[in-house]
Ligand binder design. Structure first.
Ligand SMILES: C[S@@+](CC[C@H](N)C(=O)[O-])C[C@H]1O[C@@H](n2cnc3c(N)ncnc32)[C@H](O)[C@@H]1O
Length: 376
């Protein structure tokens, strides 16, 4: 999610004292149906679906080919929309509002799921044919298409930088979302999710599903009253890089527990991150020599010592495959199960590695990797 190319970076999400997707409705939600408004600037037009996302409403500024992709996306109407959220929104010193656990949460527990209120094709802001004031007018018109409650939720989000209000909200809070195919990149605003603050070692992971749902899941147990956070940037970068990214893209000085370490402890953490990359390079190559159980144990320790619970999916996958290549079926199955859990938390059930890890766990000795690193 960390793109240095665009000023509207994948921020994170924000919302009010209530999460829109978790509010009980007295009336049934409006039907989910996309409409063309006929309001356009250049090749970008406004499309609206006032019933999309459990009846919350979504408006898109995009091109006709991307609208065709939206039409094919199945809407999600989930039963769990009526259950009480496991968090509340409150002030967090030095950060504005944030998301706070109201109960004990365990790894794997769901926190929020929300569809976007606004989607904006990424190329619009780079357009040389649609001047900025027309872009702003298009954004203003798009927002007017949303149901009033959804519009209010959007406008209640934090704007950190000032200037045109909707643009500021997008800059501060939007995620990048890819509709796939050619030219599918969009900025997406999820007003509920956008209250998560950043932490370089977050206790919550997120992904955006093919149904446009933003899904957050606990990755490290949290107590009632503890802040729930996600990472806005690449947590595997060294401290100085993370800090400058937070400053430049979101305008805050990161004081998370990992950035607040003493210089000596931070140097150790940065060294762990370098070693992780080195070991992963070695064990990713099926022809590497020197892959031993000790090296794999070392990798697991580095991840745990650095509290990288938010991105263990690919590491556990590599560990499972390598234990199998070394002929240790017990460890291979153990890490295949951990890998499947992590991959699903970080990317959902559809991620290819989840299926691969289920297969490995079900029959490690029949797997093509069995004893591949051993002679004979
Ligand atoms: C997506 S919003 C997060 C929610 C926001 N605090 C609010 O009140 O709605 C991003 C903005 O929150 C603030 N923020 C997020 N994480 C922070 C952190 N770790 N330290 C300080 N400020 C942070 C910054 O102002 C940032 O631009």
């Amino acid at each position: 999610a960390d793109s240095p190319l665009c000023p509207w970076t994948p921020a994170t999400p924000c919302l009010l004292d209530e999460a829109p997707q978790q509010i009980l409705r007295e009336e049934p939600p409006p039907p989910s149906k996309w409409q063309e408004t006929g309001k356009c600037a250049g090749k970008w037009c406004i499309f609206v679906n006032r019933g999309f996302g459990n009846g919350e409403g979504t408006v898109a500024i995009t091109t006709k080919p991307n609208f065709e992709k939206l039409l094919k996306i199945e809407d999600t109407r989930h039963e769990s929309a009526a259950s009480a959220p496991p968090y509340f929104i409150d002030q967090v010193p030095g950060k504005g509002l944030g998301v706070i656990a109201n109960t004990t949460l365990r790894r794997g527990d769901p926190v929020m799921h929300e569809n976007p209120a606004l989607l904006v094709h990424r190329e619009l802001e780079r357009s040389t044919t649609v001047p900025q004031h027309e872009q702003f007018a298009l954004l203003d018109t798009a927002l007017e298409q949303l149901p009033p409650r959804r519009r209010d939720q959007f406008l209640a989000q934090m704007g950190h930088f000032g200037g045109h209000r909707i643009t500021d909200i997008l800059t501060t809070n939007a995620f990048q979302l890819d509709l796939g195919g050619e030219d599918g990149h969009h900025y997406a605003s999820f007003p509920g999710v956008s209250r998560y603050n950043h932490d370089c070692r977050p206790n919550v992971a997120f992904y955006i599903s093919s149904k446009l749902e933003h899904i957050t899941t606990v990755v490290r147990d949290a107590r009632p009253g503890e802040e729930l956070s996600i990472t806005y940037l690449d947590s595997s970068k060294p401290r100085e890089e993370r800090r400058s990214r937070a400053r430049n893209a979101w305008g805050f000085q990161c004081t998370c527990s990992q950035c607040a370490l003493s210089d000596a402890a931070s140097a150790l953490s940065d060294a762990r991150l370098v070693e992780i990359k080195q070991i992963e390079k070695v064990i990713s190559d099926p022809l590497s020599e020197g892959v031993t159980p000790g090296l794999l144990r070392r990798l697991a320790k580095l991840y745990r010592d650095d509290r990288l619970e938010v991105e263990m999916g690919s590491a556990w996958t590599l560990m499972a495959l390598n234990y199998n290549m070394l002929g240790d079926a017990t460890a291979a199955v153990k890490y295949a199960r951990l890998a499947e859990e992590a991959v699903v938390i970080e990317g959902g059930q559809d991620v290819g590695d989840a299926k691969a890890m289920r297969e490995l766990a079900a029959g490690s000795k029949e797997h093509f990797t069995w004893r591949r690193r051993l002679p004979g």
